[in-house]
Design a protein around this ligand. Sequence first.
Ligand code: M6R
Length: 607
Amino acid sequence: MCGIIGYVGMRDAKKALISGLQTLEYRGYDSAGIAYFTEDKIKTVKTVGKVSCLKEKVANEAGSDVTNCGIGHTRWATHGGVSDTNSHPHTAGRVTLIHNGIIENYKELQDELAEAGKYPVSQTDTEIAAMVIDHCYKGDPEAAIRMAISKLEGAYGFCILFSDIPDTIYAVRNGSPLVAAHTEKGSIIASDMVALVSYTKHYFVLKEGHIAKMTSNDILVKDENGEIFSPYIHHISWDMAAAKKGGYDYFMMKEIHEQPEALRNTIRPRMVGGLPDFSADEVGDELFTDINRIIITACGTAMHAGLIGRNMIERLCRIPVTVEIASEFRYQNPIMDEHTLLITISQSGETADTLAALRLAKERGSRTLSVVNVKGSSIARESDYVLYTHAGPEIAVASTKAYSVQVSVMYLIAFRIALVTGKISEDEAQNYMTALMSTVDQVEEALGYDAQIENISKRIAKSESIFFIGRGIDHALSCEGSLKLKEISYIHSEAYAAGELKHGTISLITDNVPVIAVVTQPDVFAKMISNVQEVRSRGARVILITGADATVDAALCDHQVVLPETDPLFSPFVSAVVLQYLAYYVAVEKGLNVDQPRNLAKSVTVE
Ligand code: M6R
């Protein structure tokens, strides 16, 4: 949510900032701006629209400026509409800054500033933060930042320039992520590793409350007490190619195709002697013994991965599992203790609601395990235990490969718990692991369904509403298919437990309304077919997704997608590809920007 970058060094800072913002654009694309030192003054260029608009404006208005130090921002609007004035960077007196997050008490602070005769020009909470820092600034930037953050409530990642301290960037954060690196050619900081990877593979995460002072020569970090702190250096295993489109029209399509590799990278290291094993992750079995309850909490797609996880854990381990939407969970006064295992799932590891849920669980003494894609992210660092998914960077706002690997880790967790609690034998565990690995081949096969799904997508792209139905894991998967579709195609969609439709929603099924029925589970096959009959007889255009051996009457549907032969227990991995394709091709047919759907941002770091 908002991409931020700062660079100081030997390179042309304008170029470094713009190219960094291009890689961060998926975090928000309402407006963009940069501010930089030139001839010892700070100059700001900002505009509504995408980074390409900013690039053009910079070329027109600042083409000849020489600069080696600056900050840049791509905005996902929260407070204040989308306008040039509300775009970042914001300046107050000697302070110019960019911000990712929300200052919750900005109104009170604004009132206090008004008493001192200071008024903002924008409608943003960010400008108030800049004003507070400027108000506290008496010549010592660190003291000003420290005093200001003691007044701020909410989430923030700030990069700050002080007009009287040239070629220096200060950074501080609370909640919102900031990663930084010093290289031979200078120092760089950003809200996401993807902006750093073309410079270095070694970086550190700025801790909450620490202040970084960045110059061309080094980065000095001080802790809350003003003591110098040496941050832990992380190493990334992927390179710049992973953060580029690689010949595909959209990142989403590239990422759909990366699923087999991501799945193998995630599962293989946890398969030891054919058994599920988390020793390399340092997740010991003591975590899984003596628990009487599991709560899975996450948002959006990650929460949908949790729904499938619940099904698998309850089925194999016979431990009660609930799946909670993270933003609801923390306000429910949840019942949990040391015998509760809280599993958080998050691609970014920075989702504010999920992080808050994790913190609550820790306060209540529960054990915590997170399933996270981004190394060193807040959720990963704050959990007792972490199982990293190895999807590599996911750039498209619509999550695809991150979802599949999250689901695969939920299967691994189910297998391991079932094994260590004696619910399944070693032989059974080995069989499950073998089946999971071979499902990856079927995912690869499903990638060849693109032409068929594109064809179906063209027929439903003009619909106003599209329904997904399924039972059990097919319902969990339908939730994800429906979210994916509405997220990028802007078509209203709902996912329903197939048996529930007739309790109200079936009134919405009329002639030609598409109903996508996921029918892969043999134990509920007959029931599903009856539910499909119910919508068919009300005129629905039915798209059936079935297992390879399902026999269905041709009159029951308009289109049937027959999945590659897969063990039904593992079918979500394969069906997911079909539903991802469906959303993708509908959006493409409508001429929409698949990777950057309106109003959305990749990483939601505000509550
Ligand atoms: O980074 P996270 O996995 O915590 O993000 C959670 C959701 O915001 C995310 O899955 C969102 O629903 C996706 N854009 C869906 O495609």
